[in-house]
Write a protein that binds this ligand. Structure first.
Ligand code: C2E
Ligand code: MG
Ligand code: MG
Ligand code: MG
Length: 276
């Protein structure tokens, strides 16, 4: 390795660190370029089903990025990168507009769009969201915003006010990955949200592990008592589906039903289900 003297500190560059930094910079450039051209970016849609009658009531929009050299880059990699670099504001707006336009063409279905904490800091956030839905011809009451509990707990002042205005306009707010962040059950009472999505780690363990089973039941009971819609994420097996149904969850989502599919395959997928 080579050591450079930077003022009074020695910074040691290893080849590995150098490679990691170059890789990051290259990814950042590529993601920014993809957003300008739209090339390689797409939205997938995963159905969300009402437990009581098995009908598809909505879809979650999931962003996809395909890079010509790297191939498919998972959101777990490019979303944090986009958040750190601020690109998430443009990316989030692109997903919102793409998803609203696509789902406006499907009668009655809602679309759930993931929103990062960074987007909430934008003071025009609520205006941007409502404008995107209006331009797409999607009524606000067919739009949900999925926000993690960590992001929502830190949404103070302006961000919290923006979320309240969105709810007043009919947009539903959904607490994503519930149970993985700073969760406390008391949080559910204090936050102005419409839905709570129980994280898939609990859902998947529920039929096998007593502690996860207790958590799914508790969140489901409390959600019902507070008038919230309770969603089970990541349902992969019939045993998990039965568990969350018996626990009283209102909606479910997971590979058992379908993974996300590209927009041009959504109609075909919905044809296979009874619809709302
Ligand atoms: P999420 O919002 O909790 O989305 C659910 C993730 O679980 C998706 O992963 C989905 O493909 C996956 N999933 C759904 N059903 C199952 C199942 O039965 N089993 C398993 N193992 N996984 C299942 P994906 O698409 O890789 O997205 C990962 C995360 O990236 C999302 O988690 C969300 O936090 C973030 N993300 C994706 N698209 C966007 C976006 O447009 N904006 C923002 N801010 N974040 C996004
Ligand atoms: Mg989500
Ligand atoms: Mg989730
Ligand atoms: Mg999750």
């Amino acid at each position: 390795y080579e050591a450079k003297k930077v003022r009074h500190r020695y910074v040691v560059y290893t080849d590995q660190l150098d490679m990691a930094l170059n890789h990051r910079r290259a990814m950042e450039g590529a993601l920014s370029a993809a957003m300008t051209t739209g090339e390689g970016l797409s939205c997938h849609y995963q159905p969300m089903v009402r437990v009581s009658d098995g009908r598809v009531v909505g879809v979650e929009a999931l962003c996809r990025w395909w890079h010509p050299q790297l191939g498919v880059v998972p959101p777990a990699q490019f979303i944090p990168l986009a958040e750190e670099t601020g690109l998430i504001v443009r990316l989030g707006e692109w997903v919102l507009r793409t998803a609203c336009s696509r789902i406006a063409r499907v009668p009655d279905l809602f679309v759930a769009v993931n929103v990062s904490a960074v987007q909430l800091r934008d003071e025009r956030f609520d205006a941007r969201v409502l404008e995107a839905a209006a331009q797409a011809g999607l009524p606000a009451n067919r739009l949900e915003l999925e926000i993690t509990e960590t992001a929502i707990v830190h949404a103070e002042g302006a961000a919290a006010a923006a979320l309240r205005r969105l709810r007043a306009a009919g947009v539903r707010i959904s607490l994503d990955d519930f149970g993985t962040g700073y969760s406390s059950l008391a949080l559910l009472k204090d936050l102005d949200v419409d839905k709570v999505k129980i994280d898939r780690s609990f859902v998947q363990q529920a039929p096998l592990a007593d502690d996860s089973a207790a958590i799914v039941r508790a969140v489901s009971n409390l959600g019902a008592a507070l008038g919230l819609c309770v969603v089970a994420e990541g349902v992969e097996t019939e045993a998990q589906r039965r568990f969350v149904r018996d626990a009283g969850c209102d909606e479910l989502q997971g590979y058992l039903l379908s993974p996300g599919v590209p927009g041009d395959r959504l109609d075909e997928l919905l044809d296979g289900y009874p619809s709302a």
